[in-house]
Design a protein around this ligand. Structure first.
Ligand code: IDP
Ligand code: MG
Length: 138
């Protein structure tokens, strides 16, 4: 069993895509072990994406991620990290496989609807960034 962090980004929330994302998770045996809505400050977004601080898009990305509410979730399942990344599709929606969340809904390389952890170490950091142990239902 693996856990991973999922975020419905501010574009996904404002466009009414929370239910669409949750439906795909439930249909694909990714159990929601924790879920809440948050509105990150710029500083919180910068901490979350610290790994990207040298990238040219860091300023724009953290502004976007703090521009409105997000839904953050902990997902659990076998091979959850890779399976959820497959459901999301490639970072650039133009390269995402048909039928993936990003291919179906993203409008921009930045505004790509969802986030998902990319490895067990990043999942542990990202889950701990938003949730304490009492908020994760076993
Ligand atoms: P990922 O979300 O598929 O893991 P990362 O490379 O970790 O992609 O990038 C984090 C986020 O930064 C992306 O989801 C996207 O919102 C944004 N991003 C990535 N590359 C670019 C870019 O080239 N221009 C603008 N935004 C980008
Ligand atoms: Mg990433």
């Amino acid at each position: 069993m693996q856990t991973t962090l999922s975020i419905v980004k501010p574009d996904g929330v404002s466009r009414g895509l929370i239910g669409e994302v949750v439906k795909r998770l439930e249909d694909n045996d990714l159990r929601i072990a924790a879920m809440k809505m948050i509105h990150m400050t710029r500083t919180q977004a910068e901490g979350f994406y610290a790994v990207h601080r040298e990238r040219p898009f860091f300023g724009s990305l953290t502004e976007f991620m703090s521009s409105g509410p997000c839904v953050v979730m902990v997902l659990e399942g076998e091979d959850a990290i890779a399976r959820y990344r497959t459901l999301m599709g490639a970072t650039n929606y133009k390269e995402a496989d048909p039928g993936t969340i990003r291919a179906d809904f993203a409008t921009d390389i930045e505004k790509n609807v969802v986030h998902g952890s990319d490895a067990p170490e990043t999942a542990a950091f990202e889950i701990g960034y938003f949730f304490n142990r009492f908020e994760i239902v076993g």
